[in-house]
Design a protein around this ligand. Structure first.
Ligand SMILES: *[C@@H]1O[C@H](CO)[C@@H](O)[C@H](O)[C@H]1NC(C)=O
Ligand SMILES: *[C@@H]1O[C@H](CO)[C@@H](O)[C@H](O)[C@H]1NC(C)=O
Ligand SMILES: *[C@@H]1O[C@H](CO)[C@@H](O)[C@H](O)[C@H]1NC(C)=O
Length: 395
């Protein structure tokens, strides 16, 4: 989401990751109406009526003939926690990051991922983390090894779950403490250094996907932003991560709806690998389904097909490019089950240009969170939220 939204979620946990006894209360209050996107999950049919629609029964709004196979490459969930404390102005309180791992007094993110893979058929997880946590609040600093060890524990749990892919998502809204990367804030070199450090760690693992930046917004110059993204891509490839997917984010909270019209798509088309190709450079797009697209309401009002997914599919196809919907979702309500299932079916029908979706969110979110996708454990049995069961889960 665009960040921690309007709901207030109170999280209590004992003892920080570094062993300090502490009780934290985190309030997420968020922000912006505007664009938020999230929620994902793919799912071949089986569970709910809407999701079982075959590719020949296109939801309304399909302006192009279905071109996909009906099967998305990826379906997954965001495993949130290391991004707690991050706000849309790019401030992230490093000490507020809350590892969604039991050994760090968080939720059982590893157990959640194992369940999602084994019981639901999910195969991708997005693992948000604040830049400040990774460097322990030092801009331009190297990775803080103790903090990185904690984050890497979640990455390794994702890999061990059997998932096909694990997204390293730097959750800073194109900013560091209110200042925009390459446009008054951190230099492109500092941003590139961050990615060199991360990519060096994961260069040898094909399951890692590099999410350059979560939800840039209010970027004054989209062409300058494309240069910042280029700096990250070049850094990742030159660190030896030559074949993994890299996600390129546009403006307006990576809105799928305005990706082309607001200039993000055209600007990001210029980003290339060091060899001049665009192989495995995938556009990152978000979309929620509530009344103001903020991902803060329990009810959904649109499947986003006519306004967002259909025109985006046409544009991607005409440019021979692909996108991954790394945030989407809604409340555990009948309206969201209806519209999200329709959105996913449309993405499945256009799987030549859409790689998949990642729902927002599980991890350390309480199941009562309005967009909560956190399963509940009872003994060794996990129970999914209704939206995950109805639409997101592939099986
Ligand atoms: C996505 O997760 C990050 C990290 O937990 C969080 O800061 C952000 O608010 C989430 N997005 C939404 C829409 O909630
Ligand atoms: C951002 O995108 C949303 C839809 O996702 C749209 O309603 C809004 O007008 C856009 N804002 C800007 C500044 O383009
Ligand atoms: C994108 O949206 C912003 C905010 O509304 C606007 O200032 C800018 O001109 C738009 N860019 C394009 C290319 O439409």
């Amino acid at each position: 989401m665009k960040s921690l939204l309007a709901l207030t979620s109170l999280a209590l946990y004992l003892a920080s990751a570094r062993g300090q006894a502490a009780v934290w209360q985190q309030y997420y209050s968020q922000c912006i109406p505007g664009t938020a996107t999230s929620a994902p999950a793919t799912a071949p049919p089986v569970t709910s009526a809407p999701s079982t629609v075959s590719s020949s029964a296109a939801p309304s709004g399909t302006s192009t003939p279905p071109a996909g196979t009906g099967t998305l490459k990826f379906a997954g969930i965001n495993i949130s926690g290391f991004d707690f404390g991050c706000n849309t102005d790019g401030t992230c309180t490093a000490s507020a990051a809350w590892p969604p791992l039991t050994q760090y007094y968080g939720a059982d993110g590893a157990g959640q991922m194992n369940h999602f893979v084994t019981d639901d058929g999910f195969n991708i997880f997005r693992l948000p983390v604040g830049w400040q946590f990774l460097t322990n609040d030092v801009l331009g600093g190297t990775l803080d090894e103790a903090n990185f060890e904690e984050y890497d524990a979640l990455v390794q749990a994702c890999i061990a779950s059997g998932a096909a892919a694990c997204i390293v998502d730097v959750h800073n809204y194109a900013r560091w403490n209110g200042e925009i990367i390459g446009q008054g804030g951190p230099t492109n070199e500092q941003f590139a250094d961050l990615w060199t450090s991360i990519a060096t760690k994961y260069a040898g693992n094909e399951k890692i996907i590099f999410g350059v930046m979560n939800e840039p917004h209010d970027i004054p110059d989209i062409n300058l932003w494309a240069q910042s993204v280029q700096a990250a891509v070049t850094a990742i490839r030159n660190a030896g991560a030559t074949s993994q997917l890299i996600l390129l984010p546009g403006n307006n909270y990576t809105s799928a709806e305005t990706f082309v019209s607001n200039g993000s798509g055209p600007a990001l088309l210029t980003v290339t690998n060091p060899d001049g190709t665009t192989t495995n450079l995938i556009f990152d797009v978000h979309k929620y389904l509530d009344s103001d697209n903020s991902g803060t309401h329990a009810d959904c009002v649109t499947n986003n097909i006519d306004d967002a997914w259909s025109p985006l599919a046409d544009w991607l196809r005409s440019n021979s490019r692909q996108a991954l919907n790394t945030e989407t979702g809604g409340g555990n309500t009948a309206s969201c089950a209806e519209f999200l299932c329709e959105q996913i079916v449309f993405q499945q029908q256009n799987s030549d240009v859409f790689l998949g979706y990642v729902g927002w969110a599980a991890g350390n979110f309480d199941p009562s969170y309005v967009l909560g996708e956190t399963p509940t454990a009872s003994g060794s049995t996990w129970t999914d939220t209704s939206l995950v069961a109805a639409c997101l889960a592939p099986k």
